[in-house]
Design a protein around this ligand. Sequence first.
Ligand code: BG6
Ligand code: MG
Length: 214
Amino acid sequence: MKNIRAVIFDLDGVLVFTDKYHYQAWKKVADRLGVPFDEEDNNRLRGVSREESLEIILEKYKGDPLSAEDKKKLTEEKNAIYVNLLSQMSREDVSRSVRRVLSDIRERGYKLAVGSSSKNAGLILEKTELKDAFDAVSDGNNITKSKPDPEVFLKGADMLCEAPEHCLVVEDAKAGILAGNAGGMYTAAIGDAVKSGKADYDMFSLSELLYLLD
Ligand code: BG6
Ligand code: MG
């Protein structure tokens, strides 16, 4: 990796394990619709917007046709369940090792941003007291296209005043790795994204970043 100056972190599934709450909330909606939905299906929703997630779930839906209004209600229902689950989050939901990795990287002079598709990123950062660890937050509220489109990361790089080729994206979603690649950034996969085989680097743990960055 040459001349990396900034690291853009996905949030859900990389820094905090809200992916389990997304799963629980979608599972309730899917059960009510009579749609089979397991953790494997849930992996397809990683990094994907709320609306697109619903469309993926509805691929196996066999009930009466749903109007745009019905779909809006379903995404609102999912979000209400999800936000309720988030209310139990606190500083303890970010591990000491994650905080240490973030502070070490920053002390070494790298700029740090969040690049998340979630409209709830601000709430999560607030509840976990993680916001001050970053120089910028690019999230689902400032984008029109969700990952694998690179928009969220390009906006993050812009906020940091860094060119894409000087940025490293850290992601747990295949869609996020593809987004980072499409944006001309270096990519590091963790968790489920490793299976994609599309990242420049595969990591078992976030602390490997300390060795990846020179
Ligand atoms: C991403 C998650 O971070 O945010 C996706 O990986 C989720 O699963 C997306 O659908 C949108 O989240 P929210 O909080 O705006 O519904
Ligand atoms: Mg993620």
